[in-house]
Design a protein around this ligand. Structure first.
Ligand SMILES: Cc1cc2nc3c(=O)[nH]c(=O)nc-3n(C[C@H](O)[C@H](O)[C@H](O)COP(=O)(O)OP(=O)(O)OC[C@H]3O[C@@H](n4cnc5c(N)ncnc54)[C@H](O)[C@@H]3O)c2cc1C
Length: 504
């Protein structure tokens, strides 16, 4: 998949999807499969919004069960089961232990009933009670004092940015057109939305494109694209922050979830991409939507929760490999507590337009089909095709799951030196070479923060790897020294602003 120039786009499409996060990518894929001529437009890099900054869980969300969001939980756990079957390797089972203590919530019986229900909704039986010894044998890092045992249950994990990329790459291979670093504005005629005006953010230039229908899938930006049209929801952007530690710092064998001692909110830590991912918070975000970062107060809250659960590993925020924050596009429901706001998606329509926002990564396919059903009420030819498996039958190995069959074959055939892991990470140079050649990489941050997650799971954003990565960028993308230095500067600024741990 190469990034086309504006001049290479057609003058008119059946459908233009604005927003290259999981929602837009899902709609794009479904619409291409239905035979429509579709263009996907993303203002930054693919998945550069919320969809690279989630907790990376494919889950029903136990806390949504607690708050009575039954429909959402049921739909999500069913989608989780389907994604585990259809995207093996990219969506992988994640067994959790939830330790139960005599001196703090949650209690065993309430959790056991909740998890039975959670299993029943998914049509599986995974939850079980472990006594204290069995719990410690499974996860020796748990706090031992007052430990009664643990509930075992199962959710799933993914690499959110790679999931978005796979959907887009596959839809482009099936005949769709996608362009990143291109901002869209709506264009109207007397009858309603008639297309978009595109601005090339990278190279400059504008172009008008006609469209039978336009989908606004811009997540937290949804009410900015189109003002606040009648029927559109009012958004309440909620920030969630995370810390990444090395597996040596917090040697977890598996995922652990527990309730934060300060406010009883669920938090979790689990092994992800060779590191340990820990989160999260849920707070009103009044700042720049494109530059969320954890505040000092959030980091202090997260560290307090971590130390309460893993007292033998008294980590501080400044020791983290990296941090990141994302903004949930939550529909404002008037709740005082951000965590009580519903996580359901909201859909609205106007002549020529379907808007969609809110929801979860996990349910992207259900959302995509709802969007196309709504579009088909105005343009019947956009009705979604019958549901088929997400990816053509694929092996569940890591490379096929992330890069598709052709990518995995090319990476597997690379010289051995390019297949060695980079530092303590699961990535190798051959993967980077594939991404540079085939995945519309425009900037170094695309490569290090989203095509791979090297910038999040290596010390100091992967600084020690600049030399081989620079050589590869020069070779594959033809960057000269000036361009490489400019890209390093841009990447370092992004990393310092959004991902650097705080000073000691
Ligand atoms: C902290 C946190 C943790 C979460 N954890 C989970 C989880 O574990 N599991 C789960 O299922 N869900 C989770 N979610 C929810 C999930 O991440 C989001 O629902 C989902 O990523 C939203 O995707 P989106 O495509 O709607 O938005 P985005 O990913 O933000 O995509 C919207 C895109 O639109 C682009 N855009 C905006 N304006 C324009 C324009 N004018 N022209 C072109 N493009 C434009 C933006 O650049 C952006 O890339 C979490 C969310 C957060 C914040």
């Amino acid at each position: 998949m190469n990034r086309p120039a504006l001049s290479e786009l057609a003058g008119r499409y059946d459908l233009v999807v604005i927003g290259g996060g999981i929602t837009g990518a899902g709609v794009f894929r479904e619409a291409v499969r239905s035979g429509a001529r579709v263009l996907l437009v993303e203002a930054g890099d693919y998945a550069s919004g919320t969809s690279s900054a989630s907790s990376k869980l494919v889950h029903g969300g136990l806390r949504y069960l607690k708050s009575g969001q039954w429909r959402l939980t049921r739909e999500s756990v069913r989608e989780r089961q389907r994604l585990l079957r259809e995207a093996p390797g990219l969506v992988a089972p994640l067994p959790f232990v939830m330790p139960i203590y005599a001196d703090r919530p949650p209690g065993r019986w309430l959790m056991q009933i909740g998890l039975r229900l959670y299993d029943a909704m998914a049509g599986v039986r995974r939850s079980a009670w472990l006594g204290a010894e069995a719990a410690l044998a499974r996860e020796p890092t748990l706090r031992r004092e007052q430990l009664r045992g643990a509930m075992l249950y199962e959710d799933a994990q993914t690499d959110d940015a790679r999931l978005v990329l796979r959907l887009i790459v596959d839809a482009v291979a099936a005949g769709g057109t996608a362009i990143n670093y291109t901002e869209a504005r709506l264009r109207r005629d007397g009858a309603g939305v008639a297309g978009v005006t595109l601005r090339d953010v990278a190279g400059g230039g504008e172009r008008e494109i006609g469209a039978a229908m336009v989908v606004n899938a811009t997540g937290a930006w949804a009410d900015r694209l189109d003002g606040a049209p009648p029927g559109a929801p009012k958004l309440r952007p909620l920030r969630g922050s995370h810390l990444l530690f090395s597996a040596q710092q917090l040697p977890l064998r598996q995922a652990v979830s527990w309730l934060h001692p300060r406010d009883g909110r669920p938090v979790f830590a689990y092994p992800w991409e060779g590191a340990i991912l820990y989160g999260t918070t849920d707070l009103d975000h009044d700042d720049d939507l494109a530059q969320p970062r954890p505040t000092a107060a959030e980091l202090a809250y997260l560290i307090e929760g971590l130390q309460a659960q893993f007292p033998d590993h008294p980590l501080q925020a400044h020791e983290a490999l990296a941090t990141y924050a994302g903004v949930r596009p939550v529909v404002a429901g008037g709740q005082a507590d951000p965590s009580s706001e519903s996580r359901e998606s909201a859909l609205w329509t106007a002549p020529g337009l379907v808007g969609i926002t809110g929801g979860k990564l996990t349910t992207f396919r259900v959302t995509a089909r709802e969007v196309l059903e709504a579009a088909a009420r105005q343009r019947p030819s956009l009705r979604p095709a019958s549901a088929t498996p997400l990816f053509e039958a694929q092996a569940g190995d890591r490379l096929t799951a992330r890069y598709g069959r052709a990518g995995a074959a090319a990476i597997g055939a690379a010289p051995e030196a390019e297949r060695l892991p980079l530092g303590d990470t699961p990535y190798c140079l051959a993967e980077l070479r594939w991404a540079l050649r085939h995945e519309a990489v425009l900037h170094l941050d695309d490569l290090l923060l989203r095509r791979t997650r090297l910038g999040l799971v290596s010390p100091r954003g992967g600084e020690a790897l600049y030399a081989p990565i620079g050589a590869l960028c020069r070779e594959v993308l033809g960057w000269d020294e000036t361009r490489w230095l400019r890209e390093c500067e841009r990447y370092r600024t992004i990393w310092r602003t959004r991902h650097a741990p705080p000073p000691p």
